[in-house]
Design a binder for this molecule. Structure first.
Ligand SMILES: Nc1ncnc2c1ncn2[C@@H]1O[C@H](COP(=O)(O)OP(=O)(O)OP(=O)(O)O)[C@@H](O)[C@H]1O
Length: 238
């Protein structure tokens, strides 16, 4: 479970996230949706202990990230494509992360299979397509068998097959009773993957609820997104 309460984040004198709160529940995929610059990455960076909040809390399994005993065993994250060094093979990259987090090497072939990279274990990350790099990032996030996954724009740049694969993977992960939070600026894709949506606009929560609650009453998914993120339908916040 992820619990964000009263979170505010400033960069210099600008407040980019203002007093937001939401939860992402086990067994569900929660989409964190908003236009570019809305504050999604800033929120996720605080959640993952990469940045400090100016106010409020962001908890994973009841604790701030920095207080988790073995973070990789609680939460896996996919930000900016995963961060494998170009000259390292997929397996070497995973070995390095596993070793530095006290995770058994036995887990490496398992995660490579899980993300469909079993055949590419000896290939260098620098030769990977964007889709393969995303899968390697996901394999890294899964090393510690976490109960929570946090992904920032995981389908950016993926082809339709890659998008479909990612959607199915995240759905099956949540179906095991685990928690998925994924950020996106794509309403249709997120609505097809998520159970719940949190819509953020200019640093504030514009709406939150199930996909049906958020999109109901609008002509279509994109209409709902634009109505919510341009303030013409501000009454839907709850
Ligand atoms: N380190 C920083 N210093 C100053 N401003 C920043 C910094 N990081 C983000 N911002 C600003 O904060 C605002 C929110 O950015 P953020 O990246 O959180 O949005 P986002 O919803 O993730 O959008 P995107 O999808 O474009 O990344 C933007 O106006 C951005 O320019």
């Amino acid at each position: 479970m992820i619990e964000i309460t009263g979170l505010t984040k400033r960069h210099g004198r600008r407040t980019v996230v203002r007093d937001i709160g939401f939860t992402a529940l086990p067994g569900r995929v929660t989409g964190f949706l908003g236009p570019n610059g809305a504050g999604k990455s800033s929120t996720l960076r605080v959640l993952l202990g990469l940045d400090f909040a100016d106010a409020g809390t962001a908890l994973i399994a009841g604790k701030p990230y920095r207080e988790l005993d073995r973070p990789l065993r609680t939460v896996g994250a996919l930000l900016d494509g995963g961060g494998a060094h170009r000259s390292r093979t997929a397996r070497a990259h995973l070995s390095w992360v596993a070793a530095s987090n006290g995770i058994s090497r036995k887990r490496i072939p398992e995660v490579l299979e899980l993300v469909g990279l079993g055949e590419a274990a000896r290939k260098r990350a620098g030769t990977f397509s964007l889709g393969m790099a995303q899968r390697l990032g996901l394999a890294t996030a899964l090393l510690g068998e976490p109960e929570v996954l946090v992904l920032d724009e995981p389908v950016n740049g993926l082809d339709p097959e890659g998008i479909r694969w990612m959607r199915r993977f995240l759905r099956s992960f949540a179906a095991e009773g685990r928690t998925v939070l994924l950020s996106s600026h794509l309403m249709s894709e997120t609505a097809a993957t998520a159970d719940d949506l949190v819509v953020i606009d200019r640093g504030r929560i514009a709406a939150r609820g199930t996909v049906a609650e958020i999109t109901g009453g609008h002509a279509g998914l994109e209409e709902a997104f634009f109505a919510l993120t341009t303030g013409t339908d501000g009454g839907r916040t709850r």
